[in-house]
Design a protein around this ligand. Structure first.
Ligand code: ME8
Length: 515
């Protein structure tokens, strides 16, 4: 793979960004930055899903036009992502004129191919999820996830999704990495054991105006999920004149392909609707659909907008800073699983891994080099057994990180770096350069050189998660070459490189009394 295309869901602008949406977006950012570090070209799309009944209602409640409401909310997202150091390449809004045109081109294509037909729809609709449900799926007047549903009976247009059921099952079985983690793949295959219905893809304008008009019947707008899912492909050029080569480059080429990150709440739309839409349109399927778990609150319940107990990233970053929160999310939530977040968990993680571990190694070694070596890095490491062991671990770290990131396992990638830093701290404890500096300064120099090398390698490898902090660390240890290949090699720091002391990179955080 030469190129890495990654997406987050495009979020409904009926609410401000919160810890759940921040989580998906931070993880996409972390993966993008890692793939760039590995030398790949990377492209990252996030954005807002602006059509549909839910947004129309949210705008009405605020006395605004849907577009004015979305303009404001899209800005909230952009600001939140900037604050979280999200390096997206494109902020997607489904109200962009070119997207609307591309959606219409796709609809027309499917209509012309006979993949869409008109019929009377009778069933249930959940506005909060913007999902249609059958009688069987509705239990006690609620959707399977407990949302309110309303009865609908009207003429509508249908996409022949059922036609692709077997093709989709075969595709999933023949492409093991297509839906991950495995538990989610099995969930989709389980869902596909039941006969798959066709997908209602329209809403009459008499009930909903806020959507993409159907090109073959102007009394209707397109179902919001149909319009929204297409974002992943229109963002890189599908149906856009002049962008054919971009579409080839990011979507079709064997060297690229899309990696969709999403919460497991929206697995069916991504793993069933979307691939069948692409099959009918005649385009390649995404490379990977990765459904991550939920961020839970202290009581191990999903944090959600509808439950009204949603934390925001700011609830944590005000106390610990942005990059430490990024680190917590990437490290403590094993990608794909549910996991809780709380101030206590975040503070403990930051103190253990960042303040005590990496911060401590940096301050101990830089202080000693300033004190005993006039701030100039000594020349090389020792050749004794403990040093050899440390070097072996350090030289392996980069490859482990690469392998874990490529298999969507960032927690274990970070664990490998923390393990190396732990070992380096233990190594210094054993070697005690603060004592040998007074009796055998050459020995102290060799051991401090090893500590600096571990810091250099670890900081390069941690930079996708902690970009500014690691850049500062690398500057303090005089590291110029911050490439992945530099992280694979021991011994690149030159004798005499100026080492700076500086204030603590990650000050210890006191646990607030009121939580
Ligand atoms: O579903 N833990 O938008 P949405 C982890 N517009 N992630 C969470 C979370 C939690 N507690 N709560 C939300 C939509 N998320 C559609 C998507 S894509 C073509 C259209 C994240 O604003 C997670 O990524 O409801 C989830 O899938 C997404 O927010 C839902 O965002």
């Amino acid at each position: 793979m030469k190129r890495f295309y990654v997406t987050t869901p495009i979020y409904y602008p009926n609410a401000k960004p919160h810890i759940g949406t921040s989580y998906s977006t931070i993880m996409a950012d972390v993966l993008k930055r890692y793939h760039k570090l590995f030398g790949r070209e990377a492209y990252f799309v996030t954005g807002t899903d602006e059509h549909g009944q839910k947004i129309q209602q949210a705008a009405e409640e605020r006395g605004l036009s849907p577009l004015a409401h979305c303009d404001e909310m899209a800005e909230n997202y952009k600001t939140a992502w900037k604050d979280l150091e999200i390096d997206y390449d494109h902020f997607f809004r489904t109200t962009a004129e070119w997207h609307i045109q591309s959606v219409q081109t796709c609809l027309q294509k499917l209509w012309d191919k006979g993949e869409i037909y008109a019929d009377t729809y009778e069933g249930w609709y959940s506005v909060s999820e913007e999902i249609f449900y059958t009688d069987k799926e509705v239990v006690d007047g609620k959707s399977p996830s407990g949302r309110d549903v309303t009865r609908i009976k009207e003429k509508n247009y249908f996409f022949k999704m059922s036609k692709y059921q077997q093709q989709l099952i075969d595709y999933i079985n023949n492409n093991p990495g297509f839906i991950e983690p495995d538990v989610r793949k099995n969930e989709v295959l389980g869902f596909l054991k039941q006969p798959l219905g066709d997908l209602c893809i329209s809403r009459p304008k008499s009930r909903l105006q806020w959507g993409v008009e159907l090109p073959f019947d102007t009394d209707y707008v397109c179902y919001v999920w149909f319009d929204a899912l297409l974002n992943y492909a229109t963002a890189v050029g599908l149906g856009r004149t002049g962008m054919e080569s971009d579409f080839e480059k990011w979507w079709n080429s064997d060297e690229a392909g899309a990696h969709h990150l999403l919460g497991k709440d929206i697995l069916t739309t991504h793993a069933v609707y979307w691939p069948t839409m692409l099959m009918a349109l005649g385009y390649k399927l995404p490379k990977k659909i990765f459904a991550h778990g939920w961020i839970l609150n202290k009581d191990n319940a999903k944090m959600s907008k509808s439950q009204g107990q949603l934390a925001t990233a700011k609830d944590f970053t005000d106390l610990v800073g942005v990059e430490p929160l990024r680190y917590f999310l990437a490290h403590d939530i094993h990608f794909g699983n549910d996991a809780p977040i709380s101030i206590e968990l975040v503070v403990n993680r930051v103190n253990n891994d960042l303040a005590n571990n990496i911060g401590n190694l940096l301050s101990r070694s830089s202080n000693l080099i300033v004190k005993y070596f006039d701030g100039k890095c000594p020349g090389s490491s020792d050749t004794d057994e403990p040093t050899k062991k440390l070097i072996a671990l350090a030289e392996k770290a980069a490859d482990i990180v690469k392998e874990k990131i490529e298999t969507f396992d960032p927690s274990r990638a970070l664990e490998a770096i923390i393990l190396l830093l732990n070992e380096a701290n233990r190594f210094l404890e054993e070697k005690a350069p603060w004592t040998t500096a007074k009796t055998d300064v050459a020995q102290a120099g060799k051991d401090l050189y090893s500590a600096i090398e571990v810091l250099r390698i670890s900081a390069i490898l941690l930079s996708p998660v902690l970009p500014e902090k690691m850049s500062e660390l690398l500057t303090r240890v005089g590291c110029q070459d911050r490439s992945f290949t530099a992280a694979q090699k021991w011994g690149l720091t030159k004798e005499g490189t100026p080492i700076e002391k500086g204030s603590p990179l990650f000050p210890r955080i006191e646990m607030p009394k009121d939580v």
